[in-house]
Design a protein around this ligand. Structure first.
Ligand SMILES: [Zn+2]
Length: 76
């Protein structure tokens, strides 16, 4: 499944980031709803360009099915 990136970018710690749409994400603790972020411009000496990382978590941890259902509810 492709990741849909939002158009608005913002600067964090000198890097320019974009957020994904709200989506179901997976961690060791379970599935949750949140955003990913991608570095589209790296101004630090680390090579962050293109890095994709979890950005936030807006729900508790749950099963994939529960998270998918909850995301549908948020979107509708
Ligand atoms: Zn950087």
């Amino acid at each position: 499944m492709g990741i849909k990136w939002l158009n608005n970018s913002f600067i964090a710690s000198g890097d320019t980031l974009v957020l994904s749409e709200l989506m179901v994400l997976q961690s060791a603790a379970g599935h949750y709803i949140g955003h990913l972020c991608k570095t589209i411009k790296c101004n630090c000496k680390d090579e962050h360009l293109g890095c994709i990382e979890p950005y936030d978590r807006l729900s508790g941890y749950m099963s994939y099915e529960q998270a998918t259902k909850q995301l549908q509810t948020i979107r509708n």
